[in-house]
Design a protein around this ligand. Structure first.
Ligand code: PEP
Ligand code: MG
Length: 886
């Protein structure tokens, strides 16, 4: 029979899957002798069994819970429901992967009309006892009985007003007694039952509520966002309560062993004197910085610092620790690996290596490549003279501009309409998660650096400012004031999450640069990785940026983007519209020097790195005016100037546009099919490449052009196009007297090419997998339509695990990639292979490419650092030998 319940001294940190992160760490801390209040954990297997049994607690589980409870009573010397010295417990969720604030918690369980009296006598603090009871009623009613906290808060507010108080600590024991009476009436009214007095019933109901909260809406959204599987279930931790609200020698707080925003090695956190744990996280009172605890409770502070060091050394990583001080005695309630920004993650990893706590390999594996994205975003231009209207806590770095909104639903709606918004709230709760996901950034007027908004935003890499008390937010009138400034709903603000500043309007931003620690980490990645990393770039500026980020070449230079420039479109259109070859050649002649200049710029920017230039790919009508717009213009002209030459011209244009019109342009006259039918277009492009290369070679530079033919499906296409390239290159070499080394290869982006890769390889020096088109043609999904029409629903309904245009479909498209590599290399062992679809910058796809034996991945410049790290991780994870990095 499965064992469902584990005492804290029966587990350890290795048992996360069974006990959840929190339970496993509580057990580990108990094991290493830290002051953890006694308790036990109900396993995730019990949660799954509960769901399998149609949401019912089996007699076996109930038996084990009561058995563990009896041990807990022995350990603490207290009994649940005892009227003179009652045991009170907390009931908390604890998933395998941390899901902060997404599931439910009940504190002070065990309070009832009798135990409250006992607690009052025992502590000689009736005020504390009644306050604890009313907190319990409020929390239990909300979490377990489904009575909205609003009713309780409203009553509390009325009581405060009536008695002329401004804050809760002013309420006396008698006041709390009255409040409790009213609270019970609220419960009776909404549940038609009296508030449950039996502590064992309270316990079982709370456990069930925590199990149920695994499937509440915010938990489901959070799991989807963080790719946490639904089947894991949550554990439940039952722990004897310690109280931070027993007077001024008590308190509660949270601290990180290092700064979670910057990574600085300095204790970082906050606490509240005379408060319960939830008060800090909820952000209702703004807490004190942890450093001042040294003055208020020097002995406790020293013990806490020592414990923090102990925990960080034990786990070899930055910890996020919750503690409570009860009448001068320190208790540790939780430790977990602290969530951190990308900047902090890198600094911490590098410093831990420098301090010889972990090795380079471990450091590389600790950073999520996706997280690096945060560091590659824009920040406010340093030369801009800032004038802030308010300043709050810098809770999550980065800058953002957007329209002010005050509501999470509104944030989601406007973002859906393509707007950029900043969510401004007094505080956020887990119910606001969808708004935080949608918004560019989050601002709150209350709460500290560990409040909900701060923790969630940091995890997502979103800029966030917290505790900006200067903001007076008026939710009803949808505006906030900061001093004399009034900012209304919809107005644009810019925030800097690194400094906490809020500014009016849009502000110039600058491109990011890599920090020294970032460069160090990436250099370790480069030492390890086997996959090369190139970039997709089609202009000198992007090429330079990519080189700065570590790109080792260009894997895809899309030449069509060069045709889209406004000054060139008329020439391109003339080339397309020409009725005779002579006319077309004339237009191409005009385009040639422009293309040549483009290539010179790119070759120069890439210095001696290889540059894969892809010849023209999209259907020609993409360069033509829109058919609908032309029709409107023609109709207007027919009505106003029926004899005008302009009308004639437009009619002729329309005829040509109609000729080029296709039912399925993505499967139509594009890719190498253009070069096959209009070889003069490809000839012009190849000439431009070789003139540019010859010019730079003559200046003493090394140029390695790799000419790539798109959308090849049959070897004969490549054979003919290769001939065209070779002949043209020879012609230019004769003309310029300069020999340039080059290669000719093809994209593999239709299934037939992958399936006949052995034949195709005979004509190719390299293959580059165009997984955008390969995904389109393998699934038969139009890449222009699928995402907007049905893919979202497919992913939500779990028909597909991921968007295959973002994450490579390894079982389908991946099989074609593997087949292509295998067949290609069988025919030509020295064949170079790479990927240049969007998947080349996605971490799981990169790992797949490594395992498929590709030589390189190519991605957009801003994803290059991510790809370098992901490539290193792929090497480490998939290498047989242990010590890849020294
Ligand atoms: C591809 O199809 O994967 C590719 C890189 O080419 P494009 O996106 O330009 O069609
Ligand atoms: Mg393509």
């Amino acid at each position: 029979m499965d064992k469902f319940v584990y005492l804290f001294d029966e587990g350890n940190s290795e048992m996360k899957e069974l006990l959840g992160g929190k339970g496993a760490n509580l057990a580990e801390m108990t094991k290493i002798g830290l002051p953890v209040p006694y308790g036990f954990t109900i396993s995730t297997t019990a949660c799954n069994a509960y769901y399998e049994a149609g949401k019912s607690v089996s007699p076996e589980l109930r038996f084990e819970i009561y058995e563990a409870l009896a041990t807990l009573e022995e350990q603490t010397g207290k009994r649940l429901g005892d009227t003179s010295d009652p045991l009170l417990v907390s009931v908390r969720s604890g998933a395998v992967f941390s899901m902060p604030g997404m599931m439910d918690t009940v504190l002070n369980l065990g309070m009832n009309d009798e135990t409250v009296e006992g607690l009052a006598k025992l502590t000689e603090n009736p005020r504390f006892a009644y306050d604890s009871y009313r907190r319990f009623i409020q929390m239990f009613s909300d979490v377990v009985l489904g009575v909205d906290v609003f009713y309780f808060e409203q009553l509390l507010e009325e009581t405060r007003d009536e008695k002329g108080y401004t804050s809760d600590p002013e309420l006396t024991a008698e006041d709390w007694k009255e409040v409790i009476g009213e609270y019970k009436k609220i419960v009776k009214k909404h549940t038609r039952k009296a508030f449950p007095q039996d502590p064992k019933e309270q316990l079982l109901l709370s456990i069930q509520a925590v199990f149920d909260s695994w499937h509440n809406q915010r938990a489901v959204v959070y799991r989807r966002l963080n790719k946490i599987p639904d089947h894991l279930g949550t554990a439940v931790n039952i722990q004897s309560m310690v109280f931070g609200n027993m007077g001024n020698d008590s308190g509660t707080g949270v601290a990180f062993t290092r700064n979670p925003s910057t990574g600085e090695k300095k204790l970082y956190g906050e606490y509240l004197i005379n408060a319960q744990g939830e008060d800090v996280v909820a952000g209702i009172r703004t807490p004190q910085p942890i450093s001042t605890l040294k003055d208020e409770m020097p002995d406790v502070f020293d013990q806490f610092v020592e414990t923090c060091n102990h925990l960080e050394n034990h786990y070899k990583d930055m910890q996020d620790i919750e503690f409570t001080v009860e009448r001068g005695q320190l208790f540790i309630l939780q430790t977990r690996t602290g969530k951190r920004t990308a900047e902090a993650a890198i600094r911490i990893a590098v410093e831990l290596v420098n301090d010889k706590v972990i090795g380079k390999q471990e450091a590389l594996l600790r950073i999520d490549p996706e997280q690096l994205d945060q560091l590659l975003h824009r920040r406010i231009d340093d030369s801009f003279v800032r004038q802030h209207i308010a300043k709050g806590l810098p809770a999550s770095p980065g800058a953002a501009t957007g329209q002010v909104v005050f509501d999470a639903d509104e944030a989601e709606r406007l973002t859906g309409d393509g707007r950029k918004v900043i969510l401004v709230r007094p505080e956020t709760t887990p119910d606001d998660i969808h708004g935080i996901i949608s918004a560019q950034a989050v601002v709150t007027s209350r709460g500290g650096m560990t409040s909900h908004a701060a923790v969630v935003a940091r995890g997502m890499g979103k800029a966030c400012i917290c505790g900006c008390e200067a903001l007076k937010i008026d939710l009803k009138n949808k505006q906030f004031t900061a001093g004399d400034t009034v900012v209304n709903y919809g107005e644009i603000i810019t925030i800097d999450g690194s400094t906490g500043e809020i500014m009016l309007g849009e502000i110039p931003m600058i491109e990011p640069e890599l920090s020294d620690d970032f460069r160090t980490l990436l250099s370790w990645a480069d030492d390890v990785r086997k996959l090369k990393v190139r970039t997709n770039a089609d202009n000198p500026q992007d090429s330079r940026k990519a080189v700065e980020f570590g790109a080792e070449g260009i894997g895809l230079c899309r030449t069509e983007h060069m045709f889209m420039d406004a000054s060139r479109v008329p020439v391109v259109q003339r080339m397309i519209l020409s009725d005779t070859l002579e006319e077309r050649l004339e237009a191409l002649e005009q385009l040639l020097p422009m293309q040549q200049e483009d290539f010179e710029g790119i070759f120069e920017a890439m210095e001696d790195r290889p540059v894969t230039v892809r010849l023209l790919d999209p259907p020609l009508h993409e360069f033509m005016p829109d058919k609908e717009e032309l029709l409107v213009d023609i109709t207007k002209l027919q009505l106003t100037y029926p004899d005008s030459p302009e009308l004639k011209e437009k009619e002729q244009l329309l005829r040509k546009v109609r000729q080029l019109d296709e039912f399925n342009p993505m499967l139509g006259h594009r890719g190498c099919r253009l070069g096959m039918i209009h070889p003069e277009i490809y000839e012009m492009q190849v000439k431009a490449i070789f003139y540019a290369a010859a010019k730079l070679v003559n200046k003493g530079m090394k140029v390695i052009p790799e000419i790539m033919i798109p959308l090849v499906g049959h070897v004969n296409e490549l054979k003919e196009m290769r001939k065209l390239v070779v002949n043209t290159a020879e012609q230019i070499a004769d003309e310029t007297g300069t020999q340039v080394d080059y290669t000719v290869g093809t994209m593999i982006e239709v299934p037939r090419a992958a399936l006949t890769a052995d034949a195709i390889a005979l004509e190719a020096d390299f293959f580059s997998f165009g997984t955008n088109d390969l995904t389109q043609t393998t699934f038969g999904y139009s890449r222009d339509d699928a995402e907007g029409k049905f893919l979202q629903a497919y992913i939500e309904n779990k028909v597909l695990p991921e968007n295959p245009f973002a994450v490579l479909d390894q079982n389908g498209v991946g099989k074609l990639v593997e087949t292509g590599v295998k067949l290609g290399r069988t025919a030509k062992p020295e064949l170079k292979t790479g990927i240049c679809g969007e998947h080349g910058g996605e971490k799981t796809s990169i790992e797949f490419c490594f395992n498929a034996g590709l030589d390189y991945v190519s991605c957009s410049p801003y994803r290059v650092p991510l790809a370098r790290l992901a490539a290193a991780q792929a090497t480490i994870r998939n290498s047989k030998t242990e010590a890849v990095v020294k």
